[in-house]
Design a protein around this ligand. Structure first.
Ligand code: BGC
Length: 723
């Protein structure tokens, strides 16, 4: 028996021992991650190359793992998958709302629970690693992958991601958890024009101030096991070859995990990004820059071995790249157990009612009520409701991206995820027995429609619920949109329904915010649920009937027009704009989007009062303590999400007009009042200055506390930091 096989020895000692027995070929093999079945020949490389990891190989994990155990040193395989809103690649598993939808809950405890459920179901399949969460700051809503983000605020992105990482990784006890992967590193959502996998122009200061902090928290506070290198380039340099990004930054944060490239990044350096002339150059550069595991670029294996033999890569360098991969295999317990996806308890938990209850809770928490004129909602359950709109019964749009396997491969399988799915139509039938239904039109098609029939039914009903939005053809990887208006005849449908004079409730089932100025102006009520997941039908129906009191708040702003993008709340004051006092608007749009970050109503009515600061003058390094009184003035129990923003009045670089620094979900009974205490650390007042240092500058600050990022919803108080 070798020392590395002794489960009682410390992990670092086991790694050292194992490395001492490994050949250079076995070491390079550990750096390779291949898709198992596409093409199937990849599986034949397991023994000859000593492959370190496979991705997307449900159903094959037991067999492959058994083969790996029979190799010379018996190094187990690591299996990875994109379980990004539940273990969605697997039929029967629990499908949660998408990350963007979930972010509307501002509920880190719920995200933690969702990640625990996902980890349990993933691990039951013998898989150890999910490529989640996404820490991209979602500011350009044209981008096809906005649905994968936590929205536009970097601090909230970091906070919610941290909860998911802790859930996946079981608070550090990986033997009963899975590895998380913070991706896509870094600023992948900030490419020019919202084009996927393109070029980004971002100053070093902005990277440090806005885009890196969520990743820094994931590493420092979440001890995230892995980072995924973005596809894109920043300031002319592909992330894949950015040593500062991949090595220096993570090392400075104390990163113990490893970096995996995204799909075929190494070959893209030659063929797409054209910064390397051949595979040897791209293998050398990506290796030296700090990528540990190479996803799908098979050509890396012979190239790196050749480089090693030529002396361009040393044994020490090779060991340093392999060690963290082995570390996680040890930490996951893979060397010490024979659990190849047959753990009875875990298997039984897949899609269990306990898990679906959490998914339903998540779907409900992601509902955002944005308009409720004259208390149109909630609806009486005996009302004659006309349900229409193309997304009222749209399985694919309701579940959202990454629900059907890699590249949505199972989308055409008529059974996949159907068993536990409740469409909005079915959910509404359960809640409103007198329901009428007509889809009215298609999401994208402008041709055939049934608007006249829908209008006829509207005339026979008391109220109309129209579910509009987008669907898979116009979002996802490589599917960015220039036009964010409602597609097909959807606006025409809404206008025709409105003309009947019946109250019109609009529901958005969409991967992203769309331009909904008409809805804002003319709908009587409006609910946004993005992609609300398998139980979204129940969650929406119960929200409409009032069984569920909505509490979600937007984490992303809705543009009035796609030419207004980017339109995030934490923008700059600007000047030289004649027609608007807020000074950062276009002359043909309002100052912000139609709905903005932090907005969301409830059937309860909350009011804020008495914002009191413990001290109004702080020394540098001192934190800020304050309290605010929240009252539920209504007769319904409900939950409010209190938001805390800061503005640095004068600073050495231009700073956002306000930035989120804290939030709290508070549930209050009818008529209840509570004094809520907050404490912000000095770090909350800091930013990256022109010397690229994080500083807190002496001077005046403004504290804002309230219901959304809009000034009208916020109490404010000044304080200062003295030198
Ligand atoms: C995506 C990643 C994903 C990977 C593996 C890539 O195309 O950008 O987010 O994790 O594929 O499926």
């Amino acid at each position: 028996m070798y020392a590395y096989q002794d489960r009682n020895l410390p992990v670092e000692e086991r790694i050292r021992d194992l490395l001492s027995h490994m050949s250079p070929e076995e070491k390079v093999g550990q750096l390779i991650q291949l898709p198992a079945v596409e093409p199937p020949e990849n599986m034949d490389l397991l023994e000859p190359w000593g492959i370190g990891s496979y991705l997307h190989c449900q159903g094959l994990t037991g067999e492959l793992q058994a083969r790996a155990r029979k190799t010379r040193l018996g190094i187990p395989l690591l299996f990875g998958i994109d379980a990004i809103h539940g273990h969605c690649f697997q039929d029967g598993a629990t499908v949660f709302p998408t990350q963007l939808a979930m972010s509307s809950s501002w509920d880190s405890d719920l995200l933690y629970k969702m990640a625990r459920v996902t980890a349990r179901e993933v691990r039951a399949a013998g898989i150890h690693w999910t490529f989640s969460p996404v820490l991209c700051v979602g500011r350009d809503t044209r981008w096809g992958r906005i649905n994968e983000t936590f929205g536009e605020d970097p601090w909230l992105c970091g906070d919610l991601a941290l909860a998911m990482i802790r859930g996946y990784q079981n608070d550090g006890n990986l033997r009963d958890g899975i590895m998380a992967c913070a991706k896509h590193y870094v600023a992948y959502g900030e490419t020019l024009g919202g084009r996927d996998s393109y070029e980004a122009e971002i100053s070093q200061r902005k990277l440090l101030d806005v885009f890196l902090p969520p990743f820094e928290r994931a590493v420092r506070e979440g001890e995230v096991a892995s980072l995924m290198t973005g596809y894109h380039s920043i300031n002319g340099q592909p992330c894949t070859v950015n040593q500062w990004l991949l090595r220096e930054q993570p090392e400075a944060w104390g990163f113990k995990g490893f970096v995996v490239t995204d799909w075929d990044n190494v070959n893209a350096l030659i063929h797409q990004q054209r910064v390397c002339s051949d595979i040897k150059e791209s293998a050398l550069k990506s290796f030296k820059s700090g990528n540990h595991m190479i996803m799908t670029s098979k050509e890396f294996y012979p190239a790196l071995l050749a480089l090693y033999r030529e002396g361009l890569v040393s044994q020490g360098e090779l060991d340093a790249q392999v060690a963290p991969i082995l570390r996680y295999k040890f930490m996951l317990g893979l060397f010490d157990e024979d659990r190849f996806g047959t753990d009875a308890g875990d298997l039984a938990s897949v899609g269990s009612s306990e898990h679906w209850d959490i998914a339903l809770e998540a779907s409900k928490a992601s509902m955002v009520l944005l308009k409720n004129e004259g208390q149109t909602l909630p609806l009486a359950t005996d009302a004659r409701v006309l349900l229409c709109g193309p997304n009222a019964d749209n399985f694919v749009a309701q579940l959202g991206d990454w629900s059907f396997g890699s590249a949505q491969a199972n989308i055409t399988n008529p059974d996949f995820h159907r068993r536990d799915f409740v469409s909005i139509l079915d959910g509404m039938r359960g809640e409103f027995p007198k329901l009428l239904y007509n889809p009215g039109c298609d999401v994208l098609n402008t041709g055939e429609h049934s608007i006249p029939q829908a209008v006829e039914l509207a005339m026979q009903s008391d109220v109309i619920v129209a579910v509009v939005g987008d669907t898979k053809e116009v979002h996802g990887e490589g599917r960015d949109r220039a036009n964010l208006d409602l597609g097909g005849a959807q606006l025409g449908l809404l206008q025709a329904l409105k003309a009947t004079g019946k109250p019109l409730v609009v529901v958005l089932v969409s991967s992203k915010p769309l331009c909904l100025n008409w809805v804002k102006e003319h709908a009587d009520a409006f609910i946004c649920c993005f992609n609300p997941g398998s139980k979204g039908g129940v969650a929406l129906a119960e929200t409409l009937s009032g069984k569920h009191n909505p509490s979600g708040k937007l984490t992303i702003s809705f543009p009035e027009h796609s030419g207004q993008i980017p339109v995030y709340y934490n923008s700059y004051s600007g000047w030289h704009i004649w027609n608007d006092s807020s000074k950062f608007s276009y002359c043909d749009t309002g100052p912000r989007g139609s709905y903005v970050f932090g907005q969301g109503l409830s059937y309860s009515k909350f009011s804020y009062a008495n914002l009191v600061l413990a001290k109004q003058q702080l020394a540098q390094g001192e934190g800020l303590r304050f309290s605010v009184e929240l009252t539920n003035e209504s007769e319904r129990a409900g939950t409010e999400i209190i938001q805390v923003y800061l503005r640095d009045e004068i600073s050495s670089v231009t700073r956002p007009i306000k930035e989120l620094k804290a939030y709290r979900r508070v549930s209050l009974g009818a008529g209840e009042r509570q004094c809520i205490h907050f404490e912000l650390e000095a770090e909350a007042m800091s930013f990256i200055d022109n010397e690229l240092e994080r500083v807190v500058e002496a001077g005046d600050f403004q504290l804002f506390v309230g219901a959304s990022s809009l000034d009208k919803d916020l109490l404010s108080h000044s304080f200062s930091v003295t030198a």
